[in-house]
Design a protein around this ligand. Structure first.
Ligand SMILES: Cc1cc2nc3c(=O)[nH]c(=O)nc-3n(C[C@H](O)[C@H](O)[C@H](O)COP(=O)(O)OP(=O)(O)OC[C@H]3O[C@@H](n4cnc5c(N)ncnc54)[C@H](O)[C@@H]3O)c2cc1C
Length: 473
């Protein structure tokens, strides 16, 4: 019998698993995919918004500020990337300047640092702001993270403290039992006291498995991006247009890895799992980035991607005990990433209304990130390679990743099981050649380390085999 079953391994589910790890509870996280962080958590702008945007009186407003304030410490404890780079909201008209005042008033009330900048002040630090920008509101404490890294680190830490992770475990049935719920996932069934539905864009489907009463409808909204190559040095801050009813608009976001993201658009899609790119979405991004910026080197794009916002017909996050001991964490659209630590706290508060959880005596909520060769000095590299020559064999030349690092990322808790899993954890294939050189080598390493045939190695899902058959004896 489990105390808590978490459905969904995005940032909401993994952060909750991390925060529950301090308590004396039997917890399992069920994820339908072959890896965690494969939904919205994989494809977003990666910004820890400070919390000036959500409207007054909303859960979003409250949890964004509280969540953002925790990220620095959490990333330090989990040895994850966290870069405070600051955000500029660029107004281009008198009406937009007025809206800056609304955002500044919210920031003032929520104790979020901000500063107005004249056009001249702003272009002194961001010379590629467009000629139409008239005034800027700066939020200097805005940070960027690597969302998959945080989700993975949370899961790894939770596993180290006893949490169970089940991948390829799509929840297909939930039944009420005398003591709680029975959750059916693949060929397994889990008896539990609490269920937390953190299934992102499928949260409404999960709730429909246990209740005929519809509380919310999914309105999946896709956002598309360009990823520009590293070190182009044309923008240092996150550049936002003034937000509107349609959302935060098309941004330029310098990532923790030195690339710049340009996007997203926002279009409602019929299939919530459709995270492909479209001509219309990318054209919208191309046209609209020039509202706030000029000289954007879109010709240095190395790839496009799209993420699907787990939005619903409700404007706010839905985080509530919808049935006894059954908690929905739905409609977690932006700023869901920034809010995740506070969303987890809020869910735990709801659960503890039934009784306070006992803390374990021996939990550890820190972890050390695996070694990254490219961050070491020459002496440190030499020492490492002397002890293990696999660190001396370069597999990804663009991102400088060795065989030793790939082996580590396969064998650690919540390790990689697929080409995409390795890519998410270490970035081989994220450089200029986009996997042309390293992918076959990663495939060989996965086959060897997982003790499977190369024909069984998958790109992502268990069905996505890469090799068809052997063509030579
Ligand atoms: C384009 C875009 C830009 C964004 N930018 C930002 C930003 O800059 N800052 C910010 O704060 N927020 C941002 N967000 C929002 C943020 O990404 C989301 O709020 C957050 O990732 C939601 O996390 P989640 O865990 O709730 O959902 P998800 O990450 O979608 O995770 C849900 C998980 O549930 C699993 N699942 C679904 N059905 C089942 C089932 N039947 N059984 C088992 N598992 C199941 C899925 O496979 C998935 O892994 C953005 C979102 C998008 C799409």
């Amino acid at each position: 019998m489990y105390d808590v079953i978490i459905i969904g391994g995005g940032i909401t589910g993994t952060m909750l698993a991390y925060k529950l790890a301090r308590y004396d509870l039997k917890v399992a996280l069920l994820e339908k995919e072959n890896d965690i962080a494969d939904g919205a958590t994989m494809a977003n702008s990666a910004i820890v918004h400070t919390g000036y945007d959500p409207e007054e009186g909303t859960l979003k407003g409250m949890l964004n500020v509280k969540g953002a304030n925790q990220y620095g410490k959490i990333c330090k404890d989990l040895d994850c990337e966290y870069k405070v780079i600051g955000a500029y909201i660029a107004a281009c008209s008198e009406a937009e300047e007025k809206h800056l005042d609304v955002l500044a008033a919210r920031a003032e009330k929520r104790d979020i640092p901000y500063r107005y900048m004249t056009r001249d002040e702003a272009i002194a630090s961001e010379p590629n702001l467009s000629d139409s920008v008239t005034k800027v509101l700066s939020f200097p404490t805005t940070a960027v993270i690597h969302p998959w890294e945080v989700a993975e680190a949370c899961m790894e830490c939770a596993i180290n403290n006893g949490t169970e992770l089940y991948l390829n475990a799509p929840v297909t049935g939930i039944e009420k039992t005398e003591n709680g719920y029975k959750v059916l996932a693949g060929d397994k069934s889990f008896e539990t006291k609490y269920v937390v539905n953190a299934a992102g864009v499928h949260a409404a489907d999960i709730y429909a498995l246990i209740s005929d009463h519809t509380l919310f409808h999914t309105v999946a909204k896709r956002g598309e991006y360009y990823v520009l190559e590293e070190n182009l040095n044309f923008v240092d801050h996150i550049i936002f247009p003034v937000p509107s009813d349609k959302g935060k608009g098309v941004l330029a976001v310098p990532t923790v890895h030195g690339n710049v993201l340009i996007g997203p658009d926002s279009s409602v899609i019929a299939d919530p799992d459709d995270n492909g790119n479209s001509t219309q979405g990318l054209s919208y991004v191309r046209e609209n980035i020039f509202k706030t910026m000029k000289n954007v080197p879109l010709n240095r794009s190395i790839r496009n991607f799209a993420g699907v916002r787990p939005s619903t017909d409700q404007k706010d996050f839905i985080i509530e005990e919808s049935l006894p001991y059954f908690i929905n964490a739905a409609s977690i659209e932006s700023p869901g990433l920034a809010s995740a630590p506070a969303i987890a706290d809020y869910i735990i508060e709801i659960m503890q209304m039934h009784g306070i959880f006992t803390e374990k005596t021996d939990y550890n909520l820190t972890r050390k990130a695996p070694v990254r060769l490219k961050n070491l000095t020459d002496e440190e590299k030499n020492e490492l390679i002397k002890n293990n020559p696999a660190y001396g064999k370069m597999i990804c030349r663009c991102e400088q990743i060795s065989e030793g690092e790939i082996i580590d990322c396969i064998h650690k808790p919540c390790g990689a099981r697929s080409i995409k899993g390795v890519k998410k954890r270490l970035r081989p294939g994220m450089g200029r050649c986009q996997g042309g050189f390293c992918e076959p080598r990663v495939l060989e390493i996965l086959a060897r380390e997982l003790h499977i045939s190369p024909l069984e190695v998958v790109l992502d899902s268990p069905e996505s085999r890469i090799l068809e058959s052997e063509n030579r004896a």
